[in-house]
Design a protein around this ligand. Sequence first.
Ligand code: PEP
Ligand code: CO
Length: 470
Amino acid sequence: MESEIKSSYNPPDCSSEIFLSEFLSPIHRQTRHLNLAMGCPGVWARSSWRQVPAGQQPDFQNPEHVASVLNQIRSYPPLVSPGEIRTLRRQLADAEIGRRFLLQGGDCAERFDDCTPSAINQKVSLLLRMGLVLTSGLSRPIIKVGRIAGQYAKPRSFSHESKDGRLVPVFRGDSIHDFDTRQTDPGRLLQAYHAASLTLNYIRSLVAGGFTEVARASEWHTETECSRFENLAASVRNAMQLASAFGATSVAHESREIFASHEGLLLDFEEAMTRDDPETGEPFNLSAHTLWIGERTRTLGGAHVEYFRGIANPVGVKVGAGASPREIAELVKILNPNRERGKLILITRLGAKNVDAELPALIDAVRETRTPVLWCCDPMHGNTVKAMAGLKTRHVDAILAELQSTVAVHSEHNSRLGGVHLEMTGADVTECTGGGVSPEHLPLRFETYCDPRLNGTQSLNFAFELSRLV
Ligand code: PEP
Ligand code: CO
């Protein structure tokens, strides 16, 4: 089946030029720009994105400083390995056919200050707790991917915001500027590399030390209690003890893995972290196992799509309300030209009220491309509303409603939901309403630096609901 699909598809060949950005004449560059702008890819290079417009890039003032920082990053070791990325791709391929399920989640904006053992421990614990609920509820292995170890840059819809009565540049993430002063500094890209590396190193030590094994579920702490989870964990532990008394081997090694992901927004940084696999020559972004393109930067002919189409990692794309099915079909062909399984994740974030009207046409358009994708639901970003004092919030009922409609539409259209993408934290925050948090509670512990996250209890309740629905 796979080879049949591969041989029948010829990617559009709009340009036969050999692309080397440094050597292109202005007229060549213009032709290439035109080709890319029409969605017709030329020859890819890790720097070919530089020839087309790039949205949402930082306005660093000192180009020499930027160049020296990027040189430094290019000289640093990779943060993840091609082998780990291939493992994730195999697991995502399984999720496409219903043999696994993807749980991707974490902060909207990770902070350098989060690089502490307790903060990392709590994030990993929440993924593990939800993973356990879903493994038991869906009866299949859960692929756990954190928005972690690199989620330091944010795309924004507005350039300025009001802070302490003053109009200031909107916060675009720790990679770019200081939250308090909003002073940009290219040196922060180096800090991003280091914070990601420390975070990953600690996660690896937790995995190697056995922390992620189900037998240690009682050590997975978040700031919120959930008796339903404690009961489930106790019965899973009992079942495992019983199974091992019968001589069954312990859970598979792979269920202990935690993968890292972030939005691939800052293309200078992503390019500097793109390295060829010495064994196969394939270009991998070795700053994360998987990266996604945001709703604001997935423009056909734009720099993000150009960069992403060439890397060998599995890649995600956010798809918001109003997306044109034809455009999404084009994107799918560009980002997964060889029609490989485990390569492309379409993350719909349509808003609960738009799913019934918009998802069917998207499913049909993607199906027509005969390209496999993993359908994933982000029930957060399409359901954001402004509450009192201008705080952004989301109601858990709207989040669950989007999940429910998404599951239903997929099954009515002979398709399958293979994962969820959430903004969540194990901290006892009051950022999303519902599940015990009312609008008056919001200011009490509203700690996010960008979008509102589900707290530990709300996240676990979501996992229990998801188990019921899928
Ligand atoms: C995000 O995931 O934080 C985000 C900005 O999402 P989107 O691109 O879907 O708006
Ligand atoms: Co967000």
